[in-house]
Design a protein around this ligand. Structure first.
Ligand code: PEP
Ligand code: MG
Length: 539
């Protein structure tokens, strides 16, 4: 049994097979072999299998994406027939007396390095093709299908890190947990794990991908991954899992109970979602509404800009399923770590401080208006509010409201119905917005404090950077003071204020937030009932 420690970002337990997402840097085990002939035969048969797979992929790509895009598989096929390449692999097996997968990995590293050091750009690009072929051969040799293949069974995902676009493309039904070598607690992988109610452990450091397919227990309470657990560990796990299920069963009895302290102070408890498919979780956990619908996930899941009609159907679905309960949709918050190829956003030195969120929407009016029209149209099917992200000034709000007015008048003249009195809010997630929240309050109906970004911008700590953990203090007095200022300023103008960042679920602060007068907390669906329990135990 191998024990690997990291940092837990969601307390839950899972047991299943490890599924490594294919990454550079995966190490392959080296064995000494006395008789090399069987290793050469293994390599030859893996090469034949890889060629067969590539032919099939080529044919499939040809019909689905055309000749130009299918070419890549032809190039890979040619490389597998390259005598220098496969000759070097068989020599490595014979001369070094090593196993076939190690010989593939060792030789391919040398070839890839040689290509990447060439002057010719075309030849440099061949380096990644060599790595790709090597991964394919190693996957066949180790019996791991392909690390990139679809999940064949529910598995614990292991990766160096996951981008939001990778996580949205996974089949959620088949994910038992996440382990990332790097990562940070407010990364979107962590947020996804909380939404899905599955364990996630980050910052484990590199794990050898030859463990792909091995059985493991992921303990999200202690932040530990046990690979090939012994019988005692498995028995322990089963006992704890039973207790955990009982605890969740007890928590479910809080469904339908009011969110108020023993002395009767009330606070609204809503849930954060990224997709209409999360509504089941919202309902199961009995949230009073949706306090943050991260609409950019609709864009992340798509291969092209989602049309007004596509978006309208999604917003309508959420509004209808929430049966009149509030649904706060945040307009597109793309940029920073949330990158989408088809947006063709420029490479930036500091993307978190760059062209993102409302900045993109105010620049690309047509893109923004498509979303606003979809939201307005969906408004008649439930209780939708619109919220603008990353605001720093009054001007940004007035510009956004102007575009909203244009969208409304277009719909009016087309005779398309929408709710005239929809609530409009902004995210307070920049220190600028928090500091001038008194001047921003008159323009909107509500504020929602995004503590993930507010913390990164106030403390000047990149929320994606795991190496800054020792400096990261989510309870920093500067954050708490800003939150208090925002609450006071909102209330001065009769506006309500919520918290939708991860800090909203921090039970060490629940009482503080209630005493500050925070009106709403919006948290991952799986945190709703534990937080309700906490609120109801406050005197
Ligand atoms: C936040 O910044 O706190 C927030 C809720 O938005 P996101 O995490 O999507 O940036
Ligand atoms: Mg944010």
């Amino acid at each position: 049994m191998l024990e690997i420690n990291g940092k837990s970002v969601y307390n839950a337990l899972a047991m299943g097979r490890l599924h490594f997402l294919n990454r550079d840097g995966c190490t392959v085990k080296r064995f000494r072999v006395e008789i090399t002939r069987p290793e050469i035969l293994r390599f030859e048969s893996a090469r034949a299998q890889a060629k067969k797979d590539l032919h099939i992929l080529y044919e499939k790509a040809l019909t689905e994406v055309g000749e130009a895009n299918a070419q890549i598989f032809q190039i890979h096929l040619m490389m597998l027939d390259d005598e220098d390449y496969f000759g070097a692999i068989t020599s490595a097996i014979t001369n070094q007396k090593v196993n076939a997968e190690y010989a593939v990995s060792y030789t391919s590293d040398i070839f890839a390095r040689t290509f990447s050091e060439m002057d010719d750009e075309y030849m440099q690009a061949r380096a990644s093709d060599v790595k790709d072929i090597a991964n394919r051969l190693i996957a066949i040799l180790t019996g791991n299908d392909s690390c990139n293949s679809e999940l064949s069974e529910p598995s614990i995902i292991v990766a160096d890190d996951l981008t939001p676009s990778e996580t949205v493309q996974m089949d959620k039904e088949k994910i038992l947990g996440f382990v990332t070598f790097g990562g940070s607690p407010t990364s979107h992988t962590a947020i996804l794990a909380r939404t899905m109610n599955i364990p996630a452990v980050i910052g484990t450091g590199s794990i050898d991908c030859s463990f792909h397919g091995e059985t493991a227990i992921l303990d999200g309470f202690s932040g530990t991954l046990y690979i090939n657990p012994d019988e005692q560990k498995i028995a322990d796990y089963k006992k704890r899992k039973e207790l955990e299920d009982t605890r969740l069963e007890l928590l479910s009895r809080l469904r339908g109970q009011p969110d108020e302290t023993r002395s009767g102070k009330k606070i609204k408890l809503y849930a954060n979602i990224g997709n209409p498919s999360d509504i089941g979780l919202v309902i199961r956990n009995d949230a009073g509404g949706i306090g943050l619908f991260r609409s950019e996930f609709l864009y992340l899941e798509s291969n092209t800009f989602p049309s007004e009609e596509e978006q309208f159907l999604k917003y309508k679905e959420v509004a209808e399923n929430m049966l009149g309960k509030p649904v706060i949709v945040r307009t597109l918050d793309i940029g920073a770590d949330k990158k989408i190829d088809y947006f063709n956003l420029p490479e930036e030195e500091n993307p978190a401080l760059g062209y993102r969120a409302i900045r993109i929407c105010l620049t690309d009016k047509a893109l923004f208006k498509t979303q606003l029209r979809a939201l307005l149209r969906a408004s008649v099917f439930g209780n939708i509010s619109i919220m603008f992200p990353m605001i720093i000034s009054e001007k940004e709000i007035t510009n956004a409201l102007e575009i909203l007015e244009e969208a409304k008048s277009e719909l009016r003249s087309d005779g398309i119905p929408f709710k005239e009195d929809m609530e409009i809010g902004i995210m307070i997630e920049t220190p600028a917005a928090a500091i001038i929240s008194d001047t921003l309050a008159p323009y909107v109906n509500f504020f929602s404090i995004g503590t993930n970004d507010l913390t990164q911008y106030t403390l000047a700590i990149d929320r994606q950077n795991p190496h800054l953990e020792q400096f990261f203090d989510p309870h920093h007095p500067a954050i708490l003071r800003l939150i208090e200022t925002v609450v006071q300023n909102a209330h001065r103008y009769g506006k309500w204020v919520g918290i939708c960042g991860e800090l909203g679920a921090d039970q060490a602060l629940t009482e503080t937030f209630i005493n500050m007068g925070v009106d709403e907390l919006s948290v991952s669906p799986s945190f709703v009932l534990p937080l309700r329990e906490k609120i109801r135990n406050i005197s």
